[in-house]
Design a binder for this molecule. Structure first.
Ligand code: THG
Length: 370
């Protein structure tokens, strides 16, 4: 096969305050996420994966853009966006929650951060939430400000991440619990530091405001982390599939409701009475979804990446699709994510998948690999 095509980068493809450092660190592939460059490979997906599971990495995740909603009507607007009940949402907390449309279809799966009584950040996945929220606010005549501030999240991920974060921000980082944040100082700036990130290897995300401290922060992390074997990294395909972390646009789209995506635990349409899509979601909740995301292992040797969904078959009929797959050196199998008809979704059930490498057996896993 000929080499894959290049991506032409222009002004529309946003660079980040860390782009120079990422380039100097030897990035070898990018994707575009929220119109912004997101590294996907440094050394190789497998070498990056082995390093992430053992050491500590710094990720430029500026592409996780913040949609800021502030003003007197912000609470009303925020609770319209999601079927997750946001009562008890206090500054210092992060909530993972779906954003749904009138049909209950997934528009995004951001992390909501409450910054202040009347101020929120939605740390979004790859879709234009800014336009949806601006449209809603205008259409409803709400007294809110909606903006995309210059905030560039930088993730510290890996088993040694707390050790490294403590050297920059102090020992109090150990007290930050999963999906909580603290405001911590660096070079005289108070930065939001949350215990979160798109891996299950432990870690933090630093929401860098003010582009002038981006490179100093990057450099400080690399200098302090030398003995911890710190490297530049990025969300890793193998690790995130093992962890069952869903990728919006890949594993789920507007065609899917949150119950199908296994995000039912973040939906409370009964009590979130003003959420968009409530009636549709109540119906799904009452009957249960017809299909659902599962982890799979796929037999045989390493498969090509899943660029387009691969159909799943049972008794010659299509009963679902695989949407992400990668060879896992730790589990010695292809690990995958996909949607399957609910009646065939039980742990251990075996179906067939048509991959570019031919038909293989796919075995349903009741939970993620890690
Ligand atoms: N960090 C920040 N913003 C983001 C992401 C992130 N925006 C885009 C994307 N990632 C949003 N999607 C997810 C998906 C899963 C998780 C976080 C963001 C996640 N899930 C945990 C899980 O499924 O085990 C925990 C969820 C919970 O229990 O609340 O971490 O990574 N800033």
């Amino acid at each position: 096969m000929s080499a894959p095509p290049f991506l032409t980068i222009s002004r529309r493809t946003r660079k980040t305050p860390f782009s120079k450092r990422v380039h100097q660190s030897g990035v070898s592939a990018y994707t575009v996420y929220n119109h912004t460059l997101l590294p996907t490979i440094f050394e190789s997906i497998e070498a990056d994966y082995r390093h992430l599971k053992k050491h500590v990495q710094i990720w430029d995740v500026t592409c996780e853009r913040q949609v800021e909603v502030s003003g007197p009507d912000s609470n009303q607007l925020i609770q319209m966006l999601t079927p997750r009940n946001l009562d008890g949402f206090k500054p210092g907390k992060c909530f993972y929650a779906p954003i749904t449309d009138k049909n209950g279809g997934m528009l995004n799966d951001p992390i909501f951060l409450k910054i202040d009584k009347n101020k929120y950040w939605l740390s979004i996945s790859d879709s234009d939430v800014l336009l949806w929220v601006k449209g809603l606010a205008y259409g409803m005549g709400l007294n809110v400000l909606i903006d995309e501030p210059e905030v560039a999240p930088l993730a510290i991920q890996g088993p040694k991440s707390a050790k490294l974060a403590a050297r920059i921000f102090g020992e109090q980082v150990h007290q930050i619990e999963f999906f909580n944040y603290s405001m911590l100082a660096f070079h005289g700036c108070k930065l939001l530091v949350s215990r979160s990130g798109w891996s299950k290897q432990d870690g933090f995300e630093i929401f860098v405001t003010g582009t002038d401290i981006a490179e100093p922060l990057w450099d400080a992390l690399f200098k302090s982390g030398e003995d911890l074997n710190v490297r530049a990294g990025c969300p890793n395909l193998i690790e995130r599939i093992e962890a069952g972390l869903l990728s919006y646009g890949n594993d789920m789209t507007r065609e899917n409701n949150p119950y199908e995506c296994g995000l039912g635990r973040f939906c409370e349409p009964e009590s979130a009475v003003h959420c968009i899509g409530r009636n549709a979601l109540l119906k799904v909740a009452a009957h249960g979804p017809k299909k659902q995301i599962r982890n799979f292992s796929i037999t045989g040797n390493a498969l090509e990446p899943c660029v387009h969904p691969w159909p799943l078959f049972a008794n010659g009929k299509i009963i679902g699709e695989i949407t992400s797959a990668a060879w896992s050196p730790c589990f010695n199998t292809n690990v995958a994510l996909g949607m399957i008809a609910i009646e065939l979704s039980k742990d251990g059930n075996q179906v067939e998948v048509e991959t570019p490498n031919g038909f293989r057996d796919a075995i349903v896993k009741k939970s993620s690999f890690i």
